[in-house]
Write a protein that binds this ligand. Structure first.
Ligand SMILES: NC(=O)c1ccc[n+]([C@@H]2O[C@H](COP(=O)([O-])OP(=O)(O)OC[C@H]3O[C@@H](n4cnc5c(N)ncnc54)[C@H](O)[C@@H]3O)[C@@H](O)[C@H]2O)c1
Ligand SMILES: O=C(O)CC[C@@H](O)C(=O)O
Length: 529
């Protein structure tokens, strides 16, 4: 009997599964289209699964998959996989981000040309026996402005091809540098600059909280009259109701969607509009792309099942299993330290200095730093921050991350210290693991404490004098908030001191203000971990 079973869903290219099939330890089962209930029934038998965009890997599926080690997405977008639930269950999510870039790029260009020359509508008429030459006066692309929103792999490949069609390109992407845009011969602009000048607008970013309905009523209102809009990225980035309204009013001369907020979709009112064209999520549907992504993801699954370092991990950093065993407990601690710092810091953070002391100094600490950055950005950003994009997001926000390793840990086996510098000041936090997996914050801004980083916490710098601890405690009593633990740290009698409290409920703004008003309290920060 094979050691591992892999379930391949969503018509993933069978030829591309060769890397799995040639492993004697691995059995591949081709799954038919299933409901969530049907998938929940069988998933318990599998060690790995491959999906495209149709199968939803929900928390319920993951809860019922005790053997599952890895989910492979044969493509780029992972919005059909619940990444948080996968991480919680220790399931690695990998994708194949490069294999379908050209397919999606060419589909976008095809959509743009089809829109400009009314090709689908003319074909439909001819097939109905009508030779209608007058109804389809098109527009040329040459000399038109193409607004590319999202200048990643596909956006930049689309831009390069549009340049060959002699279009002028403007692009909006807040996360790439102007040097990268300049190297492509493209001008980076703001959304407000792009919308009124573009004759064609094409979307090429992931669906995140930030990009959801990015083209909404307000965005359409700012567009040039007669604009044509293309979305071959993800459904939901364009607000379909707003698009319908602006197509009916004539402001939008045409639109081409390959992706819809709800898929499959044959009901959209947009389909009734003459100047609307659509394809059923075909962006990646070329023989070449499907083979490429299936091979990439199959190879990654073999690597994951054999415990090797995997290339395109989306939720958990990929390191050798023996390294992972050592650093895993520190990933959680680091993420918490980052999250704590994000809620302590005031102003725009410019520097994040991470220092590793003790045993950790001899380990591969880069994934721990990534976990820390992820924790730091999570409360700040709307979009999904993961182990892949966290360092880049920090860099694009002008946060300089410095990682240092040092020998001694001052009595602790290992110590992680993170200093955040902002335009308004700085805070330093140190954490360690007691008995190898019990996380503790042991130092805040140079004061020794001993606090478990979880739940709701308060950080209260104050003057070391009588009538501080009592009144703060009374305040929680007054508002019926239970204090789970309280730590006080000071350097000298009568000097500055800090209080760290764990409480059982969120602390309302008014209570915070009252605490801040207690004589001798210097500041109050509420932290939710
Ligand atoms: N239709 C299809 O079948 C198909 C096929 C492949 C990829 N896709 C989708 O195409 C999209 C792009 O894929 P890619 O491989 O180019 O990804 P990518 O990660 O290379 O590029 C995405 C770009 O979007 C930018 N971005 C993120 N948030 C943004 C925002 N708020 N505003 C503007 N830009 C933002 C990022 O900085 C990045 O440069 C993804 O949504 C992917 O899932 C669809
Ligand atoms: O698998 C597909 O057909 C679509 C893939 C595409 O949406 C992607 O994000 O890679």
């Amino acid at each position: 009997m094979a050691k591992f079973k892999v379930l391949a869903m969503d018509n993933v290219s069978e030829k591309g599964l060769e890397p799995l099939r040639k492993e004697p330890d691995i059995e591949v089962v081709i799954g038919k289209k299933m409901t969530e209930d049907e998938l929940v029934e069988i998933i318990g038998d599998y060690d790995a699964m491959i999906v495209r965009s149709a199968t939803k890997v929900t928390p319920r599926v993951l809860e019922n998959a005790p053997k599952l080690k890895v989910v492979g997405r044969a493509g780029v977008g992972v919005d059909n996989i619940d990444l948080n639930a996968a991480t919680q269950h220790g399931v690695l999510v990998v994708n194949a981000p490069d294999g379908n870039t050209i397919a999606a790029t060419e589909h976008t260009i095809a959509m743009m040309l089809a829109l400009a020359r009314n090709i689908p509508q003319a074909v439909a008429k001819m097939k109905n026996g009508v030779w209608d030459k007058k109804a389809f006066l098109g527009v040329e692309l040459r000399g038109k402005v193409l607004g590319v929103i999202g200048l990643g792999r596909i956006g930049s490949a689309v831009a390069r091809r549009a340049q060959a069609l002699e279009m002028d390109i403007v692009a909006y992407d807040p996360y790439i540098t102007s040097e990268k845009a300049e190297s492509l011969g493209i001008k980076l602009v703001t959304m407000d600059e792009l919308l009124p000048v573009a004759d064609f607008i094409t979307m090429h970013m992931p669906k995140t909280k930030e990009t959801y309905h990015m083209l909404d009523e307000q965005a359409f209102a700012k567009m040039k009259d007669g604009v044509r809009v293309i979305n071959c990225a993800r459904g939901g980035i364009v607000d379909e109701e707003a698009l319908y309204k602006y197509m009916q009013s004539g402001k939008v001369a045409g639109a081409a969607l390959d992706v819809f907020e709800k898929e499959p979709n044959t009901e959209s009112p947009l389909l009734a509009l003459d100047n609307f064209i659509a394809t059923p999520h075909l962006g990646a549907s070329t023989a070449e792309a499907q083979l490429n992504v299936a091979i990439d993801v199959a190879e990654e699954i073999v690597e994951a099942l054999q415990g090797k370092v995997v290339r395109n991990t989306v939720n958990i950093p990929s390191v050798k299993p023996e390294v992972m065993v050592k650093i895993k407990p520190y990933l959680k601690l680091a993420e918490k330290l980052g999250k704590f710092q994000a809620q302590l810091v005031e102003g725009r953070a410019t520097k994040l200095e991470v220092t590793y002391n003790g045993d950790l100094a001899g380990e591969e600490v880069k994934p721990i730093t990534t976990a820390l950055i992820k924790g730091f950005l999570d409360p700040i950003l709307q979009e999904t921050v993961n182990f892949i994009n966290a360092p880049l997001l920090a860099k694009n926000r002008g946060i300089n991350v410095i990682q240092t390793v040092n020998g001694r840990a001052g009595g602790y086996a290992s110590l992680i210290t993170v200093k955040v510098v902002s335009d308004k000041g700085e805070h330093t936090l140190s954490g360690t693991l007691f008995q190898d997996n019990d996380p503790r914050i042991v130092m805040v801004d140079g004061y020794r404490v001993d606090a478990i980083p979880e739940g709701y916490m308060l950080y209260v710098p104050h003057i070391d004098k009588p009538m501080i601890i009592g009144p703060v405690g009374m305040m929680f009593g007054k508002y019926n908030i239970n204090i789970a633990s309280m730590q006080v740290g000071r350097k000298e009698v009568g000097g500055k001191a800090v209080m760290m409290l764990s409480v059982d409920a969120p602390v309302p703004e008014d209570t915070m203000k009252e605490i801040a008003g207690i004589d001798g309290v210097l500041d109050v920060k509420f932290v939710s971990l």
